[in-house]
Design a protein around this ligand. Structure first.
Ligand code: SAM
Length: 289
């Protein structure tokens, strides 16, 4: 069942670089369906895992899946940007290793919340349904300049202005409600059409805005540094250049961290063949000094 819902990426590489026999507390900042946590709990019987996620549905599945590990698992429905406080509340001050596996799970992509333009769904895109702002609000209410800014900053979209203008133009006559409507507007607006669907970067940018992914990642990394023991490790798996840049810069500039690998770790060919979603994954690891 688990394989079908979401296949975790770079599992061996993550475990090799973040965990060993001396690890006591491991924080899974993006627990999702618990793929990475499961493997860690299974292989190291002394480790306790604290998992964070904002997606209630996923955490229900993770809970069920990890229940065999009993009180070695704590699951918190909490944004990882607040991890230091949340851990303190359960009596944990410092931890040995922290993993951020960024982006969306395959389960979320199919969750009918408007993350994918493969189906025609309402433009929601919230990972945390307690939040108020949806993609519908971003697309129909943001001013032109703000739309251009998020398309450029969140996805390096080259045709940001053309796309933003097309969105603003359409919504003068009709609100844009569904994924297909948005994808068609972008497809028509873009001059350059490459191998990937022309709306891919727009969807990424809007999803990142709705879920405040850049801000969360920056705050999450700062929080992670605060609670990491000396010689503890942080690992971040990112899936696109905007995320990877933030992580790379943070590891370089944060004086309490030393990058463990100069270049990011990428999946072996075999993994990419088995799980094509892994092809853009990059793992960066840093150590607390
Ligand atoms: C790629 S998935 C993780 C998959 C997980 N490693 C597994 O094997 O099942 C990324 C997860 O991060 C969660 N997420 C995104 N932003 C978050 C945040 N600020 N705080 C907590 N969880 C977050 C998403 O809801 C999603 O479940």
């Amino acid at each position: 069942m688990d394989e079908v819902l979401h296949v975790p990426v770079l599992v061996e590489e993550t475990i090799c670089n973040l965990v060993d026999e001396k690890t006591e507390v491991f924080v899974d900042a993006t627990m999702g369906l618990g793929g990475h946590s499961y493997e860690i709990l299974r292989r190291f019987d002394r480790i306790k895992v604290v998992g964070f996620d904002v997606d209630e549905d996923e955490l229900e599945i993770a809970k069920e899946r990890l229940k065999e590990f009993g009180n070695r698992v704590f699951i918190l429905r909490e944004n990882y940007r607040n991890m230091a406080n949340a851990l303190q509340k359960i009596g944990i001050q410092m931890v040995d290793a922290i993993l951020f596996d960024l982006g969306l799970s395959s389960y979320q992509l199919r969750s009918k919340r408007g993350f994918s333009f493969q189906e025609d769904e309402f433009l929601d895109m919230r990972m945390d349904i307690r939040e108020e702002v949806t993609a519908y609000d971003v697309v129909n209410r943001y001013p032109l300049t703000k739309l251009v800014e998020i398309l450029r900053n969140n996805s390096d979209e080259n045709e940001a202005l053309r796309i933003a203008k097309a969105i603003v133009n359409r919504r003068k006559t009709k609100y844009i409600e569904t994924t297909r409507e948005l994808a068609e507007i972008v497809e028509k607006a873009k001059r350059k059409k490459g191998r990937v669907h022309p709306a891919t970067l727009t969807f990424q940018a809007i999803r990142m805005e709705v879920n405040r992914e850049v801000e969360n990642l920056k705050m999450g990394l700062v929080n992670a540094c605060r609670i990491l023991k000396k010689r503890g490790k942080i690992g971040v798996i990112s899936f696109h250049s905007v995320e990877d840049r933030i992580v790379k810069e943070f590891f370089k500039n944060e004086s309490s961290l030393k990058p463990v690998t100069k270049k990011p770790i990428t999946p072996e060919r075999e993994e990419i063949l088995k799980n094509p979603r892994s092809r853009s994954a990059k793992l960066r690891v840093a150590e607390k000094v």
